[in-house]
Design a protein around this ligand. Structure first.
Ligand code: FMN
Length: 186
């Protein structure tokens, strides 16, 4: 097949679309939808989120140095989209979408979103201005998952969690199961 060269742009796909919650020292909570996120280290467990400095959430995360990455299920796709269109400067997204803020175990200000099946409490270690976005490099300090998607070996069943993938401004569910890590050598 012949190739067509396109301008350099952000076509890496699919990426997870997540709901990042944060808070203020005065007890206010907010949610921002984030697609520019990724796992960057296993030990210690670390991830990044890239946030435009113009976002309300940027100020909160930069000040408190904490946030929670909440992985929504496919049933929450509309709420995920909403939290990426409306700013916390003008709306209480928890109240508007009937979401529950739940205290985590390690952070002071950022709550878990109870309705999301998986929640990662994160503590910011570094902030890097890249250009349009600021990269928060953060350590995962606690992981929570709904009891009905965790087996007796503490493994999460991701097919049951039903995370949402994002590609080219479109949302997708998890596709067909293709095999387990290492299956090519069996
Ligand atoms: C699917 C989706 C993905 C998004 N990903 C990002 C992102 O990675 N970084 C970012 O700064 N904004 C991203 N946004 C935009 C913010 O979520 C949006 O501007 C939001 O309203 C900001 O809320 P806040 O002002 O309350 O922080 C995304 C929006 C959508 C719908």
């Amino acid at each position: 097949m012949a190739k067509i060269q396109l301008k350099p742009h952000t076509v890496l796909c699919p990426v997870p679309a997540v709901m990042v919650s944060c808070g203020t020292p005065t007890g206010k909570h907010n949610i921002i939808t984030i697609a520019w996120t990724g796992t960057v280290c296993s030990d210690p467990p670390m991830l990044t989120i890239a946030v435009r400095p113009t976002r309300h959430s940027y100020q909160l995360i930069s000040e408190t140095k904490e946030f929670v990455v909440n992985i929504p299920s496919r049933a929450m796709a509309e709420t995920l989209d909403y939290c990426g269109l409306v700013s916390g400067r003008v709306a209480d997204k928890f109240a508007e979408r009937g979401l529950t803020a739940l205290a985590g175990s390690q952070l002071q200000y950022a709550p878990l979103i109870a309705e999301c099946p998986i929640n990662l409490e994160c503590h910011v270690e570094q902030e890097l201005l890249l250009g349009s976005h600021v990269l928060f490099i953060a350590r995962i300090v606690a992981v929570h998952a709904d009891a009905d998607i965790v087996d007796d070996k503490q493994h999460i069943n991701y097919q049951q969690a039903q995370p949402i993938a994002y590609a080219g401004s479109n949302y997708y569910g998890l596709g067909d199961y293709l095999g387990r890590f290492g299956f090519s050598r069996q």
